[in-house]
Design a protein around this ligand. Structure first.
Ligand SMILES: [Fe+2]
Length: 470
């Protein structure tokens, strides 16, 4: 029997591959299907089932494509009602995979259809629990994403409390917990860096499994300090309930090579967004005027989802050579299926064709310190999250979180020069690029962000411990 965790850092998401005696199951697949087809064929296995723990909000799953390509059955737990062929499992139902089996445990709470899958091995031993967003390592799934008129966040939290106690905590301490997400995911508040753990250890360390916790205390704990969910979440839930464009079609359209003239013509269209997905250093050195920077080497998909408001947005992009298909795939993972192509030959070809290049001013933290100490006029902006800002910041600095850039830019002035920093120099460039798109052109990025600023003598507030994110 094989259990494999396929972890995707950008989305902090874990998909699982299980194989026994020539049969395989995939739990919570991402949008693309090829990696799972390849993995199964490596074992000479047939994918028999595609299990979903719930309708994901933070990515679009490729379960429909995968089922079509393999003949596998899609399984959801009770209360799921999607618009495609699937099997509606019931509590305690077992599904055989070779000589092993997966037992469905209905665990409503994060959402009402949420279910976990308990792996029972060839020797009839309960080995592992795939918990989806019901139980994370160090945390539980937020209960505010599936609120309906007749179901409040508190109601869902109450269900979650019961599910954890009646379905999960009664299992053996030896079983391994395999969640759908790890640290950095917006599906929970405070997940650990580990991506799996034993149930016994979680009972000792995860606040949500504390046997002394009352239901009321649990409800107030899991419903407090929740940041607003990213704007794309409801759109991805809707896509996960329906049939979407096939990933192969999205990929072939999105990887169209556009020469500089064709790229420039599309860039001029009002409904086309130009995205620079290269490294921060490449972006600041010169990019297409008016483009947004969202680098592929970072929290790419979540920032696309949080900042590009129209999920059907037409996108053309600049990519590091050889990473074009990756960009299209990672856009499609959060439902942005309308990539029209990339700049063939990159910025070199763009310059050779004689088109304008936009350079972003970027200075070191040391140079920023010198500017502060001199009399030059400067307005620094901190674009980190609320929690990061509250922990420590430059004294007197303005706080304009990146997640709210489309609203907060209106308070900025195109005659002022803004020195922008985040934690490490990634989000500040996204912010700077969007400001420029809005016509606020005098922006200076601070390289290395707050990490580098802390190594200077720039005056900072006293650090405070902050437990919640935003
Ligand atoms: Fe979720």
């Amino acid at each position: 029997m094989t259990i494999e965790q396929l972890y995707t850092k950008c989305l902090a998401e874990a998909t699982y591959y299980i194989e026994s005696n020539g049969e395989a199951a995939i739990i919570d697949p991402l949008r693309e299907t090829q990696p799972y087809l390849d993995r199964a064929s490596q074992d000479g296995a047939t994918i028999k089932y595609v299990f979903l723990t719930h309708f994901h909000a933070d990515f679009v799953s490729g379960h429909v494509d995968l089922a079509k390509q393999t003949g596998a059955t899609i399984v959801f737990g009770p209360n799921a009602n999607p618009n495609f062929d699937f099997y509606s499992g019931i509590d305690n139902e077992e599904f055989s995979i070779g000589d092993a089996k997966l037992r469905l445990l209905h665990t409503p709470g994060h959402t009402m259809e949420s279910s976990c899958y308990l792996l029972v091995d060839e020797k009839d031993q309960e080995k592992a629990l795939f918990t989806g967003d019901t139980l994370f390592i160090g945390d539980v799934g937020r209960p505010d994403l599936a609120v309906k008129s007749d179901l409040t966040t508190e109601d869902l939290a109450g269900h979650l409390f019961d599910s954890l106690r009646n379905k999960i905590m009664v299992l053996s301490d030896d079983i391994t917990i395999y969640p759908a997400h790890g640290a950095g995911s917006a599906c929970g508040k405070n997940m650990s860096k580990e991506t799996f753990d034993t149930l016994g250890n979680q009972k000792k360390t995860n606040y949500a499994l504390d046997p002394n916790l009352t239901k009321d205390d649990f409800i107030s704990e899991v419903t407090s300090g929740l940041a607003l969910p990213p704007k794309y979440f409801p759109k991805n839930v809707a896509m996960n309930k329906g049939v979407n464009a096939q990933i192969d079609d999205v990929l072939s359209k999105g990887t169209t090579a556009l020469d500089p003239t064709a790229f420039a013509a599309l860039a001029k269209e009002e409904d086309v967004l130009v995205l620079d997905t290269r490294t921060p250093a490449e972006y600041v050195a010169g990019s297409v005027p008016g483009c947004w920077f969202i680098g592929i080497n970072g929290g790419f998909a979540p920032w696309v989802g949080a900042l590009i408001e129209n999920i059907d947005q037409k996108i053309i992009f600049i990519a590091s050579e050889g990473r074009e298909a990756e960009v299209v795939t990672r856009l499609a993972r959060v439902g942005y299926d309308n990539s029209l192509g990339y700049l063939e030959g990159g910025m070199e070809a763009w310059k050779e064709a004689g088109f304008d290049v936009d350079i972003t001013d970027s200075i070191s933290a040391k140079a920023f310190e010198r500017e502060i100490n001199s009399d030059s006029v400067h307005t620094p902006l901190d674009v980190r999250k609320d929690g990061e800002f509250e922990t420590q910041h430059i004294e007197g600095i303005l706080h304009f979180p990146l997640s709210k850039v489309h609203e907060n830019y209106k308070e900025l002035n195109s005659n002022v020069t803004y020195h922008i920093h985040c934690a490490g120099g990634y989000r500040s460039l996204i912010y700077a690029s969007i400001l420029k798109m809005y016509g606020i052109k005098n922006v200076v990025n601070i390289e290395g962000g707050f990490g580098a600023i802390k190594k200077t003598n720039i005056k900072l507030t006293q650090p405070v411990t902050c437990s919640t994110q935003s």
